[in-house]
Ligand binder design. Sequence first.
Ligand SMILES: Cc1cc2nc3c(=O)[nH]c(=O)nc-3n(C[C@H](O)[C@H](O)[C@H](O)COP(=O)(O)OP(=O)(O)OC[C@H]3O[C@@H](n4cnc5c(N)ncnc54)[C@H](O)[C@@H]3O)c2cc1C
Length: 357
Amino acid sequence: MIDTDILISGGGIAGLIAASAFGAAGFSVLCVDPSAPVTTRDAEGSDLRSTAFLQPSRDFLDQAGLWRHFAPHAMPLQIMRIVDAGGIEAVARSAHDFNSSDISDLPFGWNLPNWLLRREGLARIAELDHVTFRAGVGTKSSLTRQKALAFAVSHDHPHDNISTEVHRSGGPFTLVPLPDYEGKPSSAVVWMERGPEAERLYALPQSAFEDEMRTRSADLYGPLRLISQRTIWPIISQVAHRLTGERLALVAEAAHVVPPIGAQGLNMSLADMASLLDLAKAAPDRLGEAAMLQKYERARHAEIAARVAGVDALNRASMANDQGLRDLRMKALNSFYSVKPVRQILMRAGLGARAAR
Ligand SMILES: Cc1cc2nc3c(=O)[nH]c(=O)nc-3n(C[C@H](O)[C@H](O)[C@H](O)COP(=O)(O)OP(=O)(O)OC[C@H]3O[C@@H](n4cnc5c(N)ncnc54)[C@H](O)[C@@H]3O)c2cc1C
């Protein structure tokens, strides 16, 4: 029998971060996963998504001893640019820059590839004697509906630390800055479309795919060159009815899944862990008792439900195919962007907490 304070089921990025955070706080942790982690960019099964950690997440990662592992690979995000290309032609017809300097001295966040987060998460766990990671055998699952293609590109045009979302139909096309690749500016791309269209794009030969990317990006960065495999992800909006059970707390994607818009997914997961860790530190000998779990449920459930609903609504607006709805979407964005206090409220809400000064 294994004696441990905390068992973490799932050793994805969220599981590895939770193991580091609770381990750094002195708890003994066992993290288990049925699959062995893939920790190189070009290996089969590599997670080619990237994660933009928003400001409030950085302190949590720092306390977990992870930020010093992540920082050398992190690309700061200073501006979020929203582009509407929803006219008759696929060209940019409006662009709005949300600049982090309006609300803070720091960037909005920092972007890192997911495969690298796994590698560095495991490196951090290896430093902690009382934290153990055990991998098992693989599993297989499949889902359909709207899908996201995630991959990396290089381009001639510099990204200037701007994260750009281009809205037309089917969902956003988002470019998020990465460090240069082979001497050229590089970005992580998340391209959302209805399922069959995403599958068609996924199967295209590279040069035809690159042509489609250039059109769909409204040609903002010039030609885009594919520099990684393409990966494809089901898009789900999901929230658990409850976050707790007997001696059990759900965090991360076991508790909530959102479409990849506004870098919310893993950042919400870190807020779950921070809440649970605060409660564990406040009463370390009452771990997993009903009172602690109720406090966690109260602290997180309503906030999670609201955020999932908000991201789901943004996704539906971005999917709009009808020309009238696309025009309405652009007008709505123009009108709330033009009022500075409204713009600042939206930016703060997106970060999930008060921005650091
Ligand atoms: C295209 C895309 C882009 C994204 N971009 C961002 C972003 O910029 N910012 C952001 O914050 N979020 C983003 N997200 C969301 C973020 O990527 C996810 O929230 C995060 O990677 C999920 O990590 P996880 O550890 O919760 O889950 P997973 O990575 O799915 O890991 C779950 C782990 O659990 C294991 N497992 C499965 N079943 C069992 C079992 N029965 N027992 C034990 N273990 C099990 C699996 O093997 C796996 O290792 C994005 C998502 C997508 C699809």
